[in-house]
Design a protein around this ligand. Structure first.
Ligand code: GAR
Length: 209
């Protein structure tokens, strides 16, 4: 039986999409006690925990505590779903090859924060989201799936973020399912899907919204 541990920092809508799509989420852990997503997880009977980064003197000691909290749930896969902490080698090394992240841009464009505002300011016509394996290079791990959305002439940061979020909720459960089914083949930065069928396009370009 697969076991998925999800790390969140706030709202938790991606984590909610996982639960609602039948992903076997066995625990939800947050670095912020006030993270809204914790209440949703608890309401579904999913164990929750908080490892508050403010109670740790440095990144390494926080990461060590987080490794312990995650390992208590014996995960097959660790998912960063809106987890807003930069992780050190202590954490990344503990779950190498079995940790993925959802990032709100078409990587390798717009790593880091404020991706929607920066995409609009840069004049991008296409924006989107990426699911990738987590490596020590921030936002640079092997890409599993991406979805694209148009950037409209009159777009605001919030409108674009909402359009991207809908796609995050589609590609994150799909990518996790592929991982749990053992269908991802990683070669350097390239990830291919074993036995891809017509419904398995790793690049998803939705109808204009
Ligand atoms: C999502 O848009 C996710 O892609 C982003 O935070 C949001 C969390 O929303 N993650 C990052 O920016 C990671 N660097 P959610 O809590 O509702 O899932």
């Amino acid at each position: 039986m697969s076991r998925v541990v999800v790390l969140i920092s706030g709202r938790g809508s991606n984590m909610q999409a996982l639960v609602e799509n039948g992903i076997p989420v066995v625990a939800v852990i947050s670095n912020r006690p006030e993270a809204k997503g914790l209440a949703f997880a608890a309401s579904r009977g999913i164990p929750t925990a908080v490892v508050d980064h403010k109670s740790h003197p440095d990144r390494e000691s926080f990461d060590r505590a987080l490794v312990e909290a995650v390992n208590r749930h014996n995960p097959t896969l660790v998912v960063l779903a809106g987890f807003m902490r930069v992780l050190t080698a202590v954490f990344v090394g503990a779950f190498a090859g079995r940790m993925i992240n959802i990032h709100p841009s078409l990587l390798p464009s717009f790593t880091g924060l404020d991706t929607h505002r920066r995409a609009i300011e840069a004049g991008a016509k296409i924006h989107g989201c990426t699911v990738h394996f987590v490596t020590e290079a921030l936002d640079h791990g092997p890409v599993i799936a991406q979805a694209a959305v148009p950037v409209r002439d009159d777009d605001t940061e919030d409108a674009l973020a909402a359009r991207v979020l809908l796609q995050e909720h589609r590609i994150l459960p799909a990518a996790i399912r592929w991982f749990l089914d053992g269908r991802l083949h990683v070669n350097g930065l390239r990830v291919s899907l074993v036995e891809a069928g017509v419904n398995d396009n790793a690049l998803r370009v939705p109808d204009p919204l």
